[in-house]
Design a protein around this ligand. Structure first.
Ligand code: GDP
Ligand code: MG
Length: 162
């Protein structure tokens, strides 16, 4: 059975951009519960000698639900289905209360969680990133999904945690 990587984070952090950067092909739409849409969320990817499945949990949406309910469902699916979870935050907006809400949901899992700080388009002073440690997932991986920065190091870590 192939390993599964789930990407989670609040809207607009760049989950789909990261997903699109690492997958080779898009998989079918799967709908398995009423009111729940799973729109093109599965992709297959490989890195070095490993093949794995990537899930963009942002594509799992709930009709007429609050963000809190929707993110809880996304986190539950990530924690149930994934071997490694990639938690994405947005360096341009910084940490917001919703990021802390997601962090708290992810504390419930024993699975490895890798923190990725996306939209890190330019190298900056180290001081600007140390506060991400407060989320509790260790040193963040600084990436730019649209510019392709730091993606190789992130994939190395994913493989390492599998
Ligand atoms: P999602 O809602 O988390 O899936 O976020 P998207 O992948 O749809 O990205 C939201 C917006 O952020 C889009 O306009 C992307 O082009 C942009 N974006 C994503 N990654 C980066 C990045 O690394 N740098 C910059 N500058 N923009 C990005
Ligand atoms: Mg998206």
């Amino acid at each position: 059975k192939k390993n599964v990587i789930a990407i989670i984070g609040r809207p607009n952090v760049g989950k789909s951009s990261l997903f699109n950067r690492v997958i080779k092909e898009k998989k079918a739409i799967i709908e398995d519960r009423p009111g729940v849409t799973r729109d093109r969320i599965y992709g297959s990817a490989d890195w070095l000698t490993r093949d794995f499945i990537v899930i963009d949990t942002g594509g799992i949406t709930l009709e007429n639900a609050t963000f809190a309910k929707e993110i809880k469902l996304q986190a539950e699916i990530a924690m149930a289905e994934a071997d490694v979870i990639v938690f994405v935050v947005n360096h341009q907006e910084g940490l917001l209360p919703d990021d802390e809400m997601i962090a708290k949901l992810l504390y419930k899992t024993k699975k490895p969680v890798i923190l990725a700080v996306n939209k890190y388009d330019r190298k900056m002073n180290q001081d600007e990133t140390y506060h991400y440690l407060t989320l509790g997932f260790g040193e963040p991986f600084l990436i730019s999904s649209t510019h392709g920065i730091g993606i190789g190091d992130l994939l190395d870590e994913i493989i390492h945690k599998l």
